[in-house]
Write a protein that binds this ligand. Structure first.
Ligand code: NAD
Ligand code: UGA
Length: 459
């Protein structure tokens, strides 16, 4: 099928950057991104590119180049569906918070709504592409909804999971390790492949059956998260034995079978997908009665929760077993650097533990506004909104957050944290001045020579 118009349902962290890159590389295709969230669409259409709803290095430049030419943002979902030959479904698939599978299974209500919406308004044949991360065999349900419309329209379903990481989304999209397309119709696969071939070498475009493609996405995230939990498990052993986790990571990473990437010990992985996707994998395994498989992957999450908890426990223990009334400066709230996304950020959980111990927290993050920090905390429902607002304040500058603090907790690896005048910070703090480097980004020798009591993960 010749594709002239693409519709993408969902203008989020995946839909926005992915479609911007497709539009940039396919100037002859009109790409319309639609969303039910009118505020988000308005932000994507804002003339001031600083107001785009998503911060990603390089994204604003591509939006500037393509928006209004062949990239459009709209709330008119029906019109965009009807006018397109290819529809990407890129809506959120969060963990269920109710009913069967609560806390484990992916909530597919948004996916189903999209499928019903497409079935209702389509008047011509469509290729429907699953871009969202979905449980294996979801395409079966989408197919069933679409094929039961009875209006004679032909729908081809493809699975095309997205592998971008936030903070590096644009470079990941421009130079992907691979593009994965799963499907049954060779014609539909070729139509989608052609779009990617505009900038991705054909040898890196992999085609599989639908179920392999769906399962590969969950498996990739499970393997990546497993590496983080594996090195974090070793970090605890390092702290007890005098081994240094950075040295261990370097030593094992030089084995070409293991490789050097994704071995940074940390306060634990965050983000909207690792936990959600592993929980989903565990749920699927349990639904097939594969108890050992489910338990094996669940351990990755158990280790991650332990890592977050033991970071705050270590801080409290070191501060003479009490942080009550003490000022704790937190550097970073985002779940990793170069993004304004805070979903499942370890900082939220560490702040929650410290607030339980009546600490006064001052946070500085270069991209996350105070209202977001408060709504993240309120979402946990541990204490009243007033108590959260009382216990956690955001600072406009890092020095304001750090001044008079008993301890600093580094939660996100923002590059700017490495450039601070740490002597000046030391002088402004209560003594002894403690630093808990949850990202292992500062120079231990230098920090100790300034006078800090410096603690890092796995050392
Ligand atoms: P997101 O929450 O940022 O965006 C999803 C958007 O879909 C929201 O703006 C929401 O309003 C919209 N939406 C929901 N239902 C809709 C409907 N019926 N009609 C129109 N719009 C609707 O989510 P995201 O981070 O972009 O993730 C989307 C999917 O991609 C998820 O399945 C996720 O697992 C997967 N994924 C995410 C990443 C990532 O880095 N964030 C990477 C790879 C894959
Ligand atoms: C991750 C995957 O890397 C992407 O390939 C995938 O597309 C995406 O999930 C998704 O499906 O949503 P993302 O969560 O955006 O991307 O970011 P990562 O770079 O994977 O980091 C996830 C978390 O792990 C962060 O909190 C990060 O700080 C932490 N991490 C990562 C570590 O603690 N150590 C590491 O060595 C690497």
């Amino acid at each position: 099928m010749l594709i002239k118009n693409i519709c993408c349902i969902g203008a989020g962290y995946v839909g926005g950057p992915t479609m911007a890159v497709i539009a940039k590389n396919n100037p002859n295709i009109n790409v319309t991104i639609v969303d039910i969230n009118a505020e988000r669409i308005a932000a994507w259409n804002d003339t001031n590119l600083d107001n785009l709803p998503i911060y990603e290095p390089g994204l604003a430049d591509i939006v500037k180049e393509t928006r209004g030419k062949n990239l459009f943002f709209s709330t008119n979902i029906d019109k965009a569906i009807d006018e397109s030959e290819m529809i990407f479904i890129s809506v959120n698939t969060p963990t269920k918070t109710y009913g069967k599978g609560k806390g484990m299974a992916a909530d597919l209500k948004y996916i189903e709504l999209c499928a019903r919406n497409i079935a209702d308004v389509a008047t011509t044949d469509k290729i429907v592409v699953e871009k969202s991360t979905l449980p294996v065999r979801t395409a079966e349900a989408i197919k069933s909804i679409l094929h039961n419309t009875g209006n004679g329209i032909n729908f081809s379903i493809l699975s095309n999971p997205e592998f971008l990481a936030e903070g590096t989304a644009i470079s990941d999209l421009l130079q992907p390790d691979r593009v994965l397309i799963g499907g049954e119709s060779t014609d539909a696969i070729n139509s989608l492949s052609k779009i990617y071939e505009a900038w991705v070498p054909k040898s890196q475009i992999l085609t599989t059956n639908l179920w392999s493609s769906e399962l590969s996405k969950l498996t990739a995230n499970a393997f990546l998260a497993q590496r983080v939990s594996s090195i974090n498990a070793i970090s605890e052993l390092c702290e007890h034995t005098g081994a240094n986790v950075n040295e261990v990571a370097k030593a094992i990473g030089m084995d070409s079978r293991i490789g050097p990437k994704f071995l940074n010990a940390s306060i634990g992985f965050g983000g909207s997908c690792f936990q959600k996707d592993i929980l989903n994998l565990v749920y699927i395994a349990r639904s097939y009665n594969l108890t050992e498989v489910a338990d094996y992957w669940e351990q990755v999450i158990i280790m991650n929760d332990h890592q977050k908890r033991r970071f705050s426990d270590r801080l409290i223990k070191t501060l003479y077993n009490t942080v009550s009334g003490k000022k704790i400066a937190m550097l970073g709230w985002a779940f990793k650097k170069d993004t304004n996304d805070t979903r499942e950020s370890a900082a939220i959980y560490v702040a929650d533990h410290l607030l339980n111990e009546q600490a006064n927290i001052a946070v500085y993050d270069p991209k996350v506004p105070y209202v977001k920090m408060q709504s993240d905390l309120n979402y946990l429902n541990t204490r009243t909104e007033e108590d959260n607002a009382q216990g956690l304040k955001a600072s406009k500058t890092p020095y304001e957050a750090l001044e008079g603090a008993h301890a600093i907790a580094i939660m996100t690896e923002w590059d700017e944290f490495k450039t601070y005048d740490w002597k000046k910070v030391y002088e402004s703090m209560k003594k002894p001045a403690f630093v808990f480097d949850g990202r292992n980004i500062l120079d231990e020798k230098e920090m100790k020579s300034i006078g800090f009591d410096y603690f890092a993960i796995g050392r």
